[in-house]
Design a protein around this ligand. Structure first.
Ligand SMILES: [Zn+2]
Length: 430
């Protein structure tokens, strides 16, 4: 692998630069006297190889330690002002005239070893910075590093017994005032899907202040901030506020809100009223491992999710059709849908899929129940979790006038969170 360290080293040692245009597996001739050689040449007519090698490598490991770029990709990504608009950081190359069969006519490395120059068959000339190229190397390790360190942190799935270990706790003032704490909170959310912010003021604007620290609240049919409370029981008449079974919020939205932030302002003093949380990605792992047929059914059978009602005098009827476990083309989990109340009686699937689906779903529900971590937030705590991945619920509690629970919630979207995380990472240089 190339690295910044290697580049620094190569620049600090006086080395010989050679540039060579050669075709069909040609090997550059070694004329070097020094430790580092950098060469660029065309291979198999369509690929540009950029190689750094030690003098004593002997040149036998052709392309083993080299970067390889398709010619059309390089031409498409020319950084000159004509092809790329610097201030908006966007491509401005004229694709109506773009030749996808463009060829290299000449290639060289510049005298300071920092860039590769290419003259193209369309008479255009391009210069590519070595470090810029390195960051875009098609090598699998480099791509994976970019995907997990910059695009999106890699999730770590957890089981019930790991809940306390994975749930990082932050202080409200730190998250509001310190960019590094903000970054750590968002990273925790991305990796584990859960984090708690404590010592927040008992004010209704806490969720808004947190959301606006990142971007903005994701609005839904139910507005921006929402209140979660049970109607207090009649005086001297205690009744149990029913448990809220595990679920994801708003499965009936194609663009499901990504992250819940729930600010506990008043907590029930009864034994109940605990939050429950499950990493449904872990449940999916268990299903895949131990019940592969059920897993397949839950990833393939499309379920109808719905929500009918009215808010502020406006009626709505939301429907989204999607499996319980959604996968991308690489088999990664992209979204979990689960809500008993908001599963439609319309089940728009072939009839032979229905009974196997119930069998699979009941196993999923059972495993989720077994893996639910239980904890109780206290006033001032803000529970934040990934609504795409985690299931949440609440145990029942005695609801009387003296025993109420008052939570202010809001949603955020991952697009906005990941964007903020990248900005913070770029700023801090890590
Ligand atoms: Zn250009």
């Amino acid at each position: 692998m190339f690295s910044t360290v290697t580049l620094t080293l190569s620049l600090s040692i006086r080395s010989i630069i050679r540039a060579k245009r050669c075709f069909q597996h040609s090997n550059p001739v070694h004329a070097a006297m020094h430790k580092r050689l950098i060469s660029a040449f065309v291979q198999n007519d369509r690929y540009i190889i950029v190689r750094e090698e030690d003098d004593d490598d002997g040149g036998d490991d052709e392309n083993g330690n080299a970067m390889k770029f398709p010619d059309v990709w390089l031409r498409d990504n020319c950084r000159c002002p004509q092809c790329f608009h610097q201030s908006s950081q966007s491509r401005r190359i004229d694709w109506d005239k773009f030749d996808i069969k463009v060829k290299v006519q000449d290639i060289s490395t510049d005298k300071l070893e920092k860039s590769i120059k290419v003259k193209w068959s369309d008479q255009h000339s391009s210069t590519y910075d070595l470090e810029w190229l390195r960051e875009r190397d098609f090598n699998a390790t480099r791509r994976n590093k970019y995907l997990t360190e910059f695009y999106r942190p890699k999730p770590v799935h957890w089981q019930k017994s790991d809940f306390n270990k994975v749930t990082n706790v932050f202080k409200f003032d730190d998250v509001i005032n310190n960019d590094n704490e903000l970054k750590k909170w968002l990273e925790s959310l991305a990796v584990y899907g859960v984090a708690i912010i404590e010592e927040s003021p008992l004010q209704k604007d806490v969720v808004r202040r947190l959301a606006e620290r990142i971007g903005f609240i994701r609005k839904t049919t139910y507005g921006e901030e929402f209140i979660v409370q049970s109607k207090p029981g009649a005086k001297n008449y205690a009744y149990l506020s029913h448990p809220l079974p595990l679920h994801t919020d708003l499965p009936y939205y194609e663009y499901k809100p990504s992250v819940n932030i729930l600010h506990c302002m008043v907590q029930s003093v009864s034994k109940g009223g605990s939050n429950t949380l499950v990493d449904a990605f872990y449940i999916a792992d268990q299903m895949k491992l131990n019940y592969p047929n059920h897993f397949k059914v839950l990833t393939e059978t499309i379920v109808d999710w719905n929500d009918i009602g009215s808010e502020d005098g406006k009626s709505f009827h939301n429907i989204w059709r999607s499996p319980v476990i959604c996968l991308d083309k690489e088999g990664n989990y992209t979204r979990i849908n689960h809500s008993i109340p908001q599963r439609d009686s319309h089940f728009s699937t072939d009839i032979e899929n229905v009974i196997p689906w119930y069998e699979a779903y009941s196993k999923f529900v059972q495993l989720a129940r077994e893996e639910a971590a239980e904890f109780k937030t206290k006033p001032g705590d803000v529970l934040t979790f990934n609504n795409i991945r985690l299931l949440h619920g609440r145990t029942g509690y005695d609801d009387t006038e003296e025993n109420i629970r008052y939570v202010v919630g809001a949603y955020l979207d991952w697009d906005i969170i990941y964007s903020k995380l990248r900005i913070l990472k770029s700023k801090s240089g890590c």
